[in-house]
Design a protein around this ligand. Structure first.
Ligand SMILES: CC(C)(COP(=O)(O)OP(=O)(O)OC[C@H]1O[C@@H](n2cnc3c(N)ncnc32)[C@H](O)[C@@H]1OP(=O)(O)O)[C@@H](O)C(=O)NCCC(=O)NCCS
Length: 237
């Protein structure tokens, strides 16, 4: 089967096998990895809400409020059933989440149903970055794995867990044995950029926030030290 078709038809049992191998490869003791299953969605959404609304530079700059529309964007990604959680063995608390999905060239956000202006601003920016830098065309593919969001609960930050979740995500995809394949990731903060670079992703595009205007207004005007969104790529072969 051609790799493109395998990506489209990836089964839950293939994901589970690759995940089990990933856990063996990494061999954690104080923490454990879990595949995000439906029963975990409510807790995972809460973590994504706290991490992104409070601390992700673009959502913070827009003063985005949590809404069913925002939850819908995340749920859509979680439903690919290949996202990973890191859990503390001592107290069973969730430490963080690496959201992973398959993205097809033809996929689009359902913006026509979106009534929240701030969410629309965010989705429009994502569309602007993906239209300006055509990842699919560059690599001549129609499907890719996408690292859609990374969040670590604030009290667990700066202990290497974000990097661990990123590495686990790469290993999971590697263990799926669908080669060659590409991972796309976008980092809106300097911290996420450091993690992509530590994990040896290649920088393929950069979008300074000060250059992104809509009707002559800068959309993200208060992103602090975080000045651009960088798009990263990794090819697994
Ligand atoms: C980004 C995020 C996932 C990082 O999680 P983390 O577990 O703290 O990451 P790590 O501990 O693996 O940090 C890796 C490196 O990033 C850099 N970094 C991370 N947080 C930092 C901070 N607050 N200040 C400065 N550098 C930081 C450091 O270089 C760090 O390595 P070091 O501690 O060895 O110096 C977390 O801050 C978060 O959830 N933020 C809110 C959501 C978000 O912005 N997600 C990314 C959007 S694309």
């Amino acid at each position: 089967m051609n790799p493109e078709e395998r990506l489209k038809n990836i089964s839950q049992s293939d994901i589970r096998k690759a995940f089990d191998k990933t856990c063996e490869d990494i061999g954690l003791t104080e923490t454990k990895l879990e595949l995000v299953t439906e029963d975990r969605y409510p807790e995972v959404l809460e973590i994504l809400r706290d991490c992104f609304i409070n601390d992700e530079p673009l959502e913070k700059s827009l003063q985005l409020q949590w809404s069913s529309e925002m939850a819908g964007v995340w749920l859509n990604a979680l439903q690919h059933n290949m996202s990973i959680l890191l859990v503390n063995n001592e107290n069973n608390e969730i430490i963080g989440v690496r959201v992973i999905r398959v993205t097809r060239k033809t996929d689009q956000f359902e913006k026509d149903k979106c009534k929240d202006e701030q969410v629309l601003k965010l989705l429009n920016f994502f569309d602007y970055t993906t239209d300006t830098f055509d990842f699919f065309r560059k690599y001549n593919v129609s499907e890719i794995f996408e690292f859609f969001g990374l969040g670590v609960v604030s009290k667990y930050r700066r202990r290497g867990y974000g990097t661990l979740l990123m590495e686990a995500g790469v290993k999971l995809i590697n263990n799926l044995e669908i080669k060659p394949c590409f991972i796309r990731g976008s980092a809106s903060s300097n911290f996420a950029k450091t993690i992509f670079e530590k994990c040896e992703f290649e920088t393929v595009a950069d979008f300074p926030y000060c250059d992104y205007n809509v009707e002559d207004c800068i959309v993200f005007d208060d992103t602090g030290e975080h000045k651009s969104m960088t798009v990263y790529s990794k090819c697994l072969e």
